[in-house]
Design a binder for this molecule. Structure first.
Ligand SMILES: *Cc1c(COP(=O)(O)O)cnc(C)c1O
Length: 485
């Protein structure tokens, strides 16, 4: 049942109403039967809604306003880096010289696009310390799969075929074990210690000659930088494995620390988190993968090379894992990231990371007065609170999350990472003002008070949204998307 009152286009339809005016036909019109075979012709015209242009514009504008968005409010969805993306980068990516290109054009006619890929690769190498990048992966998870395929290619090239395990911490993002399974490896879980990092003793026990590699994000999903990272790298390397850096949390480290210096061999960046493309919403993403020198031969084909002042695509790479995406990846997203990096400069990127970290620590300290903070140490760009105190009052984290839209805020990520009870993972990003952060603190403070004094307010939340509390499973499993007359 629909709860909000917005009529559908079909309900707004009035026979004969129209939203277009086409010029008169100046060629003879042939009957359709003469142009198309009979069996593909409709017997009856389609039943489409008949509407004026303002009807349509208002309808879609209202629909767009039913959703929360970074453009309408604070969106502290941890791990997703829902920051504001400057409009200029959207505009640049839509310049006709870029948007009208076809990937099958001869390389002499796309020199500018290849130059952009070539230069962008240099930027990502500088930020990560890696030697080369591929832009083919379309998302972080796709980058993980690519990286694991590179790990497999590396070991089998050496004739080392007994390695079938990938080590992942118990705080890992769900895509990590999923990618491991996709790539045909087994996951071995390494425990976290009480400071939120990897338990080194446990890692030493499980790293052996069946270990193909370790996947880690640093800072990890608790928002904590693992200060033992060089030791971790040493343990894995000594066992003969490689280290994969899940770069989804790169918004904390740009221009400050580099995955290659930490000891990682492979990295992906989520251009659609850190570099000016919104994350989520179903649009195209980009998860470029970078590698250290010894893995370069295995990168997907083609790579962009430069010779005698012109750029070309190199397919002649016999050890390559092949292709993992059509053409060269989602080029539009790469353009936006390139424009973002150029407009920020390396100093600007560093400042963005510093301010993302500052904002997170400011929020964490203020909110720790009202909520349990399980890992009480300086955080990076995000932090994880626990709703365990409120749970004792019969209030779940879900109830508190559902109350936030009433204040105009998107809820944080909840119930992740799995190792924190009633988790709330909060990532404010660098693009929010102190006023916004303070308003969020006020809202959370009120929610903590309601948990004690007015629990029904939380249990029945949200109160002001177009739809109230949804059955989230049914919305995903049995969506009712069809209009019936
Ligand atoms: C978002 C995220 C991923 C997966 O990235 P997608 O682009 O959504 O596939 C992996 N790891 C972490 C820590 C993430 O936050």
């Amino acid at each position: 049942m629909r709860e909000h009152t917005e009529p559908l286009l079909f309900e707004l339809s009035r026979t004969g109403r129209t939203g277009h005016s086409l010029p008169e036909l100046d060629v003879p019109q042939k009957p359709y039967e003469e142009m198309l075979p009979e069996d593909v012709l409709r017997k009856n015209p389609p039943e489409l809604p008949e509407l004026s242009e303002p009807d349509v514009v208002r309808h879609y504008t209202k629909l767009s306003q039913l959703n929360h968005a970074v453009d309408t409010g604070f969106y502290p969805l941890g791990s997703c880096t829902m920051k504001y993306n400057p409009r200029i980068n959207e505009e640049v990516s839509q310049l006709p010289g870029f948007s009208q290109l076809h990937p099958l054009q001869p390389v002499q006619t796309v020199q500018g696009a290849l130059e952009l890929l070539f230069n962008m690769e240099k930027f990502l190498c500088e930020l990560s310390g890696m030697t080369r990048f591929t832009f083919q992966p379309a998302a972080g998870a796709h980058g993980e799969f690519t990286g694991l395929s590179l790990i497999r290619a590396y070991h089998s090239h050496k004739g080392d075929t007994g390695r079938n395990k990938i080590i992942i911490p118990d705080s890992a993002h769900g895509t990590n074990p999923a990618s491991v399974a996709m790539a045909g490896y087994k996951t071995v879980q390494v425990k976290s210690n009480d400071r939120g990092g990897i338990d080194l003793e446990h890692l030493r026990e499980i790293a052996d000659n069946t270990t193909a590699g370790l996947m880690l994000t640093n800072p990890n999903t608790l928002g904590i930088f693992d200060e033992n990272i060089t030791q971790i790298a040493e343990i894995v390397h000594n066992a003969g494995g490689l280290l994969y850096y899940d770069g989804a949390n790169a918004n904390a480290i740009m221009g400050i620390s580099r995955p290659a210096d930490m000891g990682f061999d492979i990295v992906h960046f989520n251009l659609h988190k850190t570099f000016s493309t919104p994350h989520g919403g179903g649009g195209p993403g980009s998860g470029p993968v970078g590698v250290v020198e010894k893995l370069v031969p295995f990168l997907p084909v083609p790579v962009v090379e430069k010779k005698d002042n012109s750029y070309y695509l190199d397919y002649d790479r016999p050890e390559s894992i092949g292709k993992i995406h059509s053409f060269y990846g989602n080029f539009g997203v790469i353009i936006k990231a390139y424009a973002y990096i150029l407009s920020m400069g390396m100093e600007g990127l560093r400042r963005a990371s510093e301010e993302a970290v500052l904002n997170a620590n400011y929020l964490m300290r203020a909110l720790a007065k009202y909520f349990h903070l399980p890992y009480d140490r300086t955080c990076m760009h995000e932090f994880v609170l626990s709703g365990s105190k409120q749970k004792e009052l019969g209030i779940r984290t879900l109830d508190m999350a559902k109350r936030l839209p009433d204040f105009g805020f998107h809820p944080p990520t909840v119930y992740f990472p799995l190792i924190v009870e009633e988790a709330m993972m909060i990532e404010p990003t660098e693009t929010e003002s102190k006023e916004t952060l303070d308003a969020f603190i006020e809202a959370m403070k009120q929610i903590a008070r309601e948990a004690e004094e007015n629990p029904d307010m939380l249990k029945n939340a949200p109160h002001t949204t177009p739809v109230r509390r949804l059955d989230e499973t049914r919305a995903a499993r049995q969506p009712d998307l069809r209009w019936r007359p």
